[in-house]
Write a protein that binds this ligand. Sequence first.
Ligand SMILES: [Zn+2]
Length: 353
Amino acid sequence: MAFGLVQAFRTFGKLTLAGAIGASFAAGDVGAQQKQPSPGSAKALFGAVALPTQGSARPIGFYAKGCMTGAAALPSDGPTWQAMRLSRNRRWGNPAMISLLEKFSQDANDKIGWPGILVGDIAQPRGGPMFNGHASHQIGLDADVWLTPMPSHRMSYEERETLPFTTMMQKDKFLTVDPKVWTEQRAELLMLAASYPQVERIFVNPAIKKKMCDTWTGDRTNLGKLRPEYGHDSHFHIRIKCPPGAAGCKPQAPVAAGDGCDKSLAWWFTKEPWAPPKPSPKPPKPPREVMVSDLPKACAGVLDAPAAAATIAGTYDGAPAANALTAAPAALPASEDLLPVTGPVPPEKPAMP
Ligand SMILES: [Zn+2]
């Protein structure tokens, strides 16, 4: 690799972190209320790495406590998807996740006429905790998909940064889906996502789950995979199982049998989940920052492992899902060429080492 390029990547890593921290303070979002991650914390270290490791793909640990090797990037564009918020550099995942997203987007187009999906955060290049936005998304098996359809044009880098989220919620009513925004097609999209055997959970706002419970008249076998959760009113979150053979990936208990339109959903419509925390005489201690030593042991090695040559060298090329777990990082897909080079996409494909 040319010296200039190496230099560019080093600079990029620092810029990304600085830029992201700056953005979160400026935007006054959740990140702004958080302390900047300390140097040496897991959030700071994993957030500063710009590229995945070389080698085979391995999820290590649990969805909310782990890291990964051999991640593949979702190409920023495909026939039926566009990746959003490219500056975050969070379109990395286990190849099994990337291949599912590509298939899901194609099926959504073929089967229900959804023009294509907008993909939000998947994971950082080596997974690990993020300093804003998510508790999970740490091992490459979680991905956020917008409830907004892909527009007919290819969005610019800038548009992908700034396109606002569209909430499905009615503004002046407690936990209610807005019938003017919600559509049958969105219900079909969720049930399509839930139909894949490797998908174990889909997180949606409790109001969306209730809407599905009240209105879905088709096969309800997979309705139980839709899990009510805070937020998730403008996007849904797809979680897949540990891929077969992924030793070191800690599975989550399967969802309970049934459609989930039961007491567990009714609880969300009580005061309990929304009550402010009880005042206590002493101010609560802020939670201790997660350090790399809190993650599975192998994650320290993941941080130190040699990097893939470049983002495009690690971009997923559509290898069949069956091989995806151990698939080598793939070559540049044609579509990647077309994106204007305004983001963390190297201007040319560097030679593989
Ligand atoms: Zn998510």
